[in-house]
Ligand binder design. Structure first.
Ligand SMILES: [Cu+2]
Length: 488
């Protein structure tokens, strides 16, 4: 939900009520709910090494019966792009070719790299050209992603399907007995949803939610997994929807990473909430499941607090969706025989992180989410994003506490480029154990104040800024974004 909230809810309820008679003979129920006709989960191909060629171009995908859906994809994919697999410490050369007829950018989400390599709104890749950043990969092993970040075009280009996962490997992670056979027991899982026009094209005018879940760009996805511990690398690549994920039999599973890498130890949960842009790697034990059995990974999104993306009651309109305020399946899982050398236990210890504490910060800054009233766009500190405006100035090597205040009408997903931070306080109560590690993105509730601590080290520039923004692409496009310089 963006703005105009109560009036829109009222209008939407009226429209839903008025249209109810049609719902029996039109396909308005998401096929994700109750259907047993599944499609095999698409596993993106991988690229490994130190030289990565990506080409973004128009594509199309057969998603619904009838016409194909116009999409964007990298390297010939019909939606999304290949998974890049990179070793920490490598110097990589990226060659991103833009074969669209419009400008784009490619942001390496979560990476700690110089601002000019970051792929934010300033590193524009004009149509028909190739952008060639190169940098050392300094991040911990974990799941990251790349995606367009062109100001005022991010929502549209993401909606068409532009994006891809990045897996970073390092010696600490590699030494652990974890599932890591990509596509077999180590499953990339990118969650989003789309709304369709009557000609099967995606709706790309501004709206907060899709009506149909896409897992790796697959509608009604299923995957067949071995009877052993399986790892999912989950990314919320939505517009506004949050995912409150769990399994259909409420089994416990383990969170092993946050956005910026391994937690100290696996954390047992039955639910994990991911806001837009957040990632988690989880381990789930299928060893006690019967071969031929099945279970579902579901979004338990019914009855979430107001301000959680997708909690709105309406089923249509700008803030409505057929998936709103309900539990729905995101992935159907079939179980087959275990592989040789199956992982059958969870390590008790993963790594040793040295997190920043509140008391480490020598500089504090406060950023307030403003605007959003009476149809206006959301802003930070009452400033709409300005391409040449430096909203914050950070001194290189300073440990800072950033406090984000959301005395506003809806929840958001807050992302800071350049660094990984530690969440040190939430005014709403405890920090969830599953968000206790290194983070670059966090959910901020309506009425909440959240503080994070990070060190802004290694990269300084007097001219090239990093971004901080709401990761709802429609919000950042409309101006809920700021930028900061890190200077010596
Ligand atoms: Cu937002």
């Amino acid at each position: 939900m963006l703005k105009k909230s109560l009036l829109v809810i009222a209008v939407s309820w009226f429209i839903v009520f008025s249209c109810n008679k049609q719902s029996d003979d039109t396909n308005v129920t998401p096929s994700n709910n109750g259907s047993t006709a599944y499609n095999d989960l698409w596993i993106p191909p991988t690229i490994t090494g130190t030289n990565f060629d990506l080409t973004l171009a128009k594509s199309s995908k057969q998603l619904k019966t009838g016409a194909t859906t116009p999409t964007y994809g990298y390297n010939g994919a019909s939606f999304w792009g290949p998974t890049l697999i990179i070793n920490k410490g490598d110097f990589v050369q990226m060659n991103v070719t833009n074969n669209l007829s419009e400008t784009t950018t490619t942001h390496w989400h979560g990476f700690h790299i110089p601002a000019i390599m970051d792929g934010g709104p300033h590193q524009m890749i004009e149509a028909g050209t190739t952008w060639k950043p190169s940098f050392e990969v300094k991040n911990n092993a974990g799941t990251y992603w790349y995606h367009p970040h062109l100001h005022e075009k991010t929502f549209q280009q993401l909606t068409y399907g532009a994006g891809g996962l990045i897996i970073i490997k390092d010696p600490i992670e590699s030494a652990l007995a974890l599932p890591r056979t990509y596509g077999t027991d180590d499953i990339p899982l990118v969650l989003t949803s789309r709304r369709f026009n009557s000609d099967n094209s995606f709706t790309v005018t501004e709206h907060a939610y899709g009506d149909y879940v896409l897992a790796n760009g697959t509608l009604d996805a299923q995957v067949t997994l071995p009877k052993q511990y399986v790892r999912f690398r989950i990314l919320n690549a939505e517009t506004e929807r949050g995912y409150n994920l769990g399994f259909s039999d409420n089994r416990s599973f383990y969170v092993i990473t946050n956005d910026g890498g391994l937690l100290d130890a696996p954390i047992a949960v039955t639910r994990v909430k991911l806001a837009v842009g957040e990632r988690a790697e989880i381990l789930v034990d299928l060893s006690k499941d019967a071969v031929g059995g099945s279970l579902d990974l579901k979004a338990y999104n019914a009855n979430q607090e107001f301000g959680f993306g997708g909690s709105e009651p309406q089923t249509s309109g700008q803030f409505g969706s057929l998936l709103n305020n309900k539990d729905f399946t995101v992935l159907h899982i079939n179980v087959k025989a275990a592989t040789a050398n199956a992982i059958t236990a969870v390590p008790s210890k993963l790594t040793t992180n040295s997190y920043w504490k509140e008391s480490d910060a020598t500089k504090t800054r406060t950023i307030s989410i403003t605007g959003g009233q009476a149809g206006s766009a959301f802003t930070f500190d009452n400033n709409t994003y300005g391409f040449t405006t430096m909203n914050q100035n950070v001194k290189l090597n300073t440990v800072e506490k950033w406090t984000v205040v959301n005395n506003n009408i809806f929840g958001h997903s807050f992302h800071i480029h350049d660094i990984q931070f530690k969440i040190v306080s939430r005014s709403s109560g405890a920090i969830a154990p599953y968000e206790s590690g290194w983070k670059d993105t966090f959910y901020i509730r309506t009425g909440e104040t959240v503080s994070v601590v990070a060190k802004f080290d290694d990269f300084a520039s007097d001219t090239n800024p990093f971004m901080y923004h709401c990761h709802f692409p429609n919000h950042e496009d409309a101006g809920l974004m700021g930028q900061f310089l890190v200077t010596k």
